[in-house]
Design a protein. Structure first.
Length: 477
């Protein structure tokens, strides 16, 4: 569960000093019966759930099992998320096969994977009735976050460069882990000396605290932590209403007031970290990069009003890339192609086609807070969702209509604050144009700030800035 959506980073620290030698592995007596950890989950010191990790010795290695639960609110709507993972590993915790399931009330997703040679072959049941097949390069030192954590407890985790694959976001990236020495930690009502490991994965720094072969604490970005407290306390429900995730991490901007009618807004962004995409020609331009800040300029331009276009055209290679189907934007699905053809029939202009698709998606989907890993086929059947569902369906339909389109992740201004958000950009009439299907905006307003271009595999890279980013509005025209 610790690896779901916004809370998923087991990572690796790239230190510049000489690494210390890790402590010796725990004794056989300490881990003779396997590992059984009950951990409470805290977000900003509020308990939001629990996590149960088991490592069971088998004749060929280990079975790693993890069950998790979180209770949150989104836009005031309570949401419960459960997950289950089973991974069969060899004696070095190298995974051979896995099953991962996530149930949110909006979606029941099941992922099954088998490692064969240097490939992980995945079958994903996203609830749409059709299986999604994926293939991932599987290097020798590749782990799931759960299997690496288990290897750490057993003293078998490699230090230095590794690779991590997260089945809940389908993201794979390199990571570097380092032992940081001993530190004093509160554990079960007493102070103990624990071995500390730090890591960085996609820019997110994580801490692991090991005591007598047990992971007693994990710390993540966004003030998220997992604390071993025993089964009874971990399962105990927190009193009071659930924490509202979107409101908790929204940002109050400084400077000038934002206007939805503005055609251009300049922002100063502070505390940026990680691998971000801060520029998309004609939609958001990076004007300045300084010490600890950047200045970006966001434009809201309808190409049908532009006498002069902003670019020389999209190269054929990029046009093919941005109109191709993806695992979750199934632009080649017969039903999606039929709907796209129906929406755009008789319309000649590219911008007019894009806006027609936007209007159709806006009308077709009910606006409802949702926790899913959305696919366009499933969203068609659900007929509701939030920004993620709207953007993935619009993207699939636009690509099916031959309109180059990408998914954007970042922030949107709403009622005086900036909230994390997903929307789109389409290349029409010689320029990129922001498109916000859930707001019905074509072009999207200047109250949108891009942090990342791409679907769920890449959106995880904004995690390091969540809870830290500061926004100042410099100019509004």
């Amino acid at each position: 569960m610790r690896k779901i959506a916004f809370f998923i980073f087991l990572a690796v620290f790239a230190g510049c000093r000489k690494p210390q030698a890790p402590p010796p592995a725990p004794s056989k007596e300490e881990l003779s019966g396997g590992l059984d950890l009950w951990m409470s989950t805290y977000l900003k010191e509020t308990k939001i759930g629990h996590n149960h990790l088991q490592v069971i010795p088998t004749s060929s290695g280990f079975r790693v099992q993890e069950d998790g639960y979180m209770s949150l609110a989104m836009m005031g709507v309570p949401k419960e998320i459960t997950s289950q993972l089973t991974a069969e590993c060899d004696s070095a915790f190298r995974m051979k096969r896995m099953t991962f399931a996530m149930k949110t009330g909006d979606q029941h997703m099941i992922v099954e994977g088998t490692v064969s040679g240097d490939r992980l072959f995945l079958s994903v049941d996203d609830g749409s009735g059709k299986m999604i097949q994926r293939e991932v390069v599987w290097r020798e030192n590749t782990f799931l976050p759960q299997t690496w954590a288990s290897a750490l407890a057993y003293g078998k985790a490699p230090m230095g460069l590794i690779w991590l694959y997260d089945p809940s976001t389908f993201s794979l990236d390199s990571a570097r882990v380092e032992y940081k020495g001993d530190t004093t930690v509160d554990y079960m009502g007493q102070s103990v000396k624990a071995s500390k490991y730090t890591s960085v994965f996609m820019g997110a720094i994580t801490g692991f605290y090991l005591y007598r072969g047990r992971i007693i604490r994990e710390t993540y970005p966004m003030d998220l932590s997992f604390v071993e407290e025993g089964r009874e306390k971990a399962l105990a429900e927190e009193s009071g209403p659930p924490l509202d995730l979107l409101r908790t991490f929204s940002i109050q901007p400084e400077g000038k007031p934002v206007s939805r009618k503005a055609k251009l807004i300049k922002y100063r962004l502070r505390n940026l970290e990680g691998n971000l995409d801060l520029e998309l020609l004609g939609v958001q331009d990076l004007l300045e990069r300084g010490n600890g800040f950047v200045i970006v300029e966001v434009s809201s331009v309808d190409p049908r009003t532009q006498a002069k276009k902003l670019s020389q055209g999209l190269p054929d290679s990029l046009r093919r890339l941005y109109t191709a189907p993806t695992s979750f934007m199934q632009a080649d699905d017969p039903r999606i192609k039929q709907i796209a053809d129906s929406i755009t029939r008789g319309i000649t202009g590219e911008a007019d086609k894009a806006e027609a698709i936007l209007r159709w998606v806006f009308s077709y989907l009910d606006k409802r807070a949702t926790v899913t890993v959305p696919s366009a086929r499933e969203v068609l059947d659900m007929r509701y969702g939030d920004c993620n569902e709207h953007s993935i369906l619009y993207g699939a339909l636009a690509r099916a209509a031959g309109i180059p389109t990408v998914v954007l992740a970042g922030l949107v201004w709403q009622e005086g604050r900036f909230y994390y958000h997903a929307w789109n950009a389409s290349y029409v009439d010689g320029m990129w144009v922001g498109v916000d299907p859930i707001a019905g905006e074509f072009p999207a307003s200047c109250g949108h700030i891009i942090l990342k271009i791409g679907e769920i595999e890449r959106q995880s890279e904004i995690i390091p800035v969540v809870g830290k980013l500061r926004i100042e509005v410099l100019e509004v025209k």
